[in-house]
Design a protein around this ligand. Structure first.
Ligand code: GDP
Length: 453
């Protein structure tokens, strides 16, 4: 248990009905008792854990506020230490004056993430769940919240624990086999061993695939809207964003820069770029825009290729279609209000949606087609999700270790060589959940938290 008792305002700055001051550590209850007088007259130290008292916060004879003190007794608290949470009226000045009083009674101001860091150090949480708390607090959209909830539910740590257990058992067998090579692999045949490594490889690959999908969902899908000038790209972007942002005119070649916009459609966030129309041009400024459009097209995760169904489909349309055929593309046939449809056989294999961007028709169908194109359905509610680049790096290293172990086994290397690779994989998994992690890594993780968490 840490010796120092820490305190901080746990609620967001600004005005609120309630504000909470959290105190944690060996002296949390005595510190709280020195500022809080329960109406019952009983000290907080006489309360059982998970019990609350109503009373006044007092600085000597002066009453600062009335409120409720909630007592948690170690180890049954968020941090695993004694904790008192005092709820008072939620004004910034009020909370700061009470915090100052608490600090004057022997607590010190908690640093960013220190409550959660103590929870981790006291074995109340692993690193994947601790990091998910950051996600729960800072989620910018529904998808990010859903991913953080999944990690917080403990599914990730459970999956990693299963992998760790399998690799640890294999490691133990390898150790016995190295000492007594004439024995079988401690009850595990080489075939079983290989099958176990293959399963671990598949699980890690799935987690990494889900990570990419999750990242697309939480950070937004980089999307390029491409098409010939005047097909209605800017109008489509405005339809999706619901605002007049792009320059819409009927002079071909008006949109010369890339304009970016973030749009939430249901669960999906699109990072849309309305680009210059892709076409051959003599105009120097426009040609820069065309170059940017091509670069965006190469790097994006989703392409919305827009076509104008009121005009005959020409060679430029076909060339555009061919250039996006091998990408994650939705073909958007625009201006349906003007009638006449192109030959649909040209779109062979590419999901096609009909819209009138000007009238706002077909928006729902377009959203459904986008959700399908980016494969969001792959990420199920009980997926073991990885949050953040740190966890992803650990999973990549674990996968490298497992893959090398498999290769070593299949190419007839010594069992010791296989064992070295399994050890590498295990070390990466232990770092992922924080069971074997350096102080520097831990400090870095919790520094990113807010004070009071
Ligand atoms: P961009 O060059 O591809 O960005 O095309 P714009 O969005 O600037 O649109 C070119 C012209 O087509 C403008 O006059 C728009 O009002 C018009 N337009 C766009 N979408 C539609 C549509 O669905 N129906 C009709 N009738 N006109 C449209």
């Amino acid at each position: 248990m840490s010796e120092q008792t820490i305190a901080a305002i746990a609620t967001a700055p600004g005005e609120g009905a309630l504000g909470v001051i959290r105190i944690s550590g060996e002296n949390a209850i005595s510190v709280a008792d020195s500022v809080f007088c329960a109406v019952s007259g009983k000290p907080l130290s006489s309360l059982k854990g998970y019990h609350a008292a109503y009373g006044e916060i007092r600085e000597g004879d002066r009453r600062l506020d009335d409120g409720v003190a909630l007592v948690f007794k170690a180890p049954h608290s968020y941090t695993g230490e004694d904790v008192v949470e005092i709820s008072v009226h939620g004004g910034s000045l009020m909370l700061r004056s009470i915090l100052r009083l608490v600090l004057s009674k022997g607590a010190r101001l908690a640093s960013a993430g220190e409550f959660t860091k103590r929870a981790f150090l006291n074995g109340k949480t692993d690193l994947t769940r601790a990091e998910s708390i950051m996600g729960l607090i800072s989620a910018r959209n529904e998808a990010e919240l859903r991913l953080s909830r999944a990690a917080h539910s403990g599914r990730t740590v459970q999956k990693i624990a299963e992998l760790e257990a399998a690799l640890t058992a294999a490691d133990a067998s390898i150790a016995v086999y190295s000492d007594y090579p004439e024995e079988d692999l401690d009850g595990m045949s080489l075939e079983d061993f290989e099958a176990m490594l293959l399963t671990a490889k598949c699980e890690l690959e799935k987690m990494l695939r889900d990570y990419d999908t999750g990242k697309m969902l939480s950070q937004g899908i980089t999307t390029a809207i491409v098409g010939k000038p005047n097909v209605g790209k800017s109008t489509l972007m405005n339809m999706l964003s619901g605002e007049e942002r792009s320059i819409v005119t009927d002079v071909a070649g008006t949109t010369r820069d890339i304009i970016e916009e973030t749009v939430n459609i249901g669960d999906i966030t699109l990072r849309l770029a309305d680009t210059a129309g892709i076409r051959e041009t003599e105009d120097t400024v426009e040609s820069i825009g065309v170059k940017l459009a091509k670069q965006r097209l190469d790097s994006c995760q989703l392409v919305l290729a827009v076509f104008d169904c009121s005009r005959p489909f020409d060679g430029e349309d076909t060339a555009l279609l061919d250039s996006v055929r091998d990408k994650n593309t939705v073909a958007v046939i625009n201006k349906t209000d003007l009638g006449s449809l192109p030959d649909l056989s040209l779109f062979d294999g590419i999901p096609t949606v009909f819209i009138s961007a000007k009238k706002g028709d077909g928006c729902r169908e377009l959203c459904d087609a986008i959700a399908k194109a980016v494969n969001i359905g792959n990420l199920s509610a009980d997926s073991a999700v990885l949050l953040g680049e740190r966890q992803r790096d650990c999973a990549v290293h674990a996968l490298e270790g497992v893959t090398s172990a498999l290769e070593a086994l299949q190419s007839g290397c010594t069992i010791d060589a296989v064992g070295v690779c399994v050890d590498d994989a295990l070390a990466a998994l232990l770092e992922l959940t924080g069971r074997r992690v350096t102080t520097e890594v831990t400090d870095e993780i919790f520094r990113r938290f807010c004070v009071g968490k």
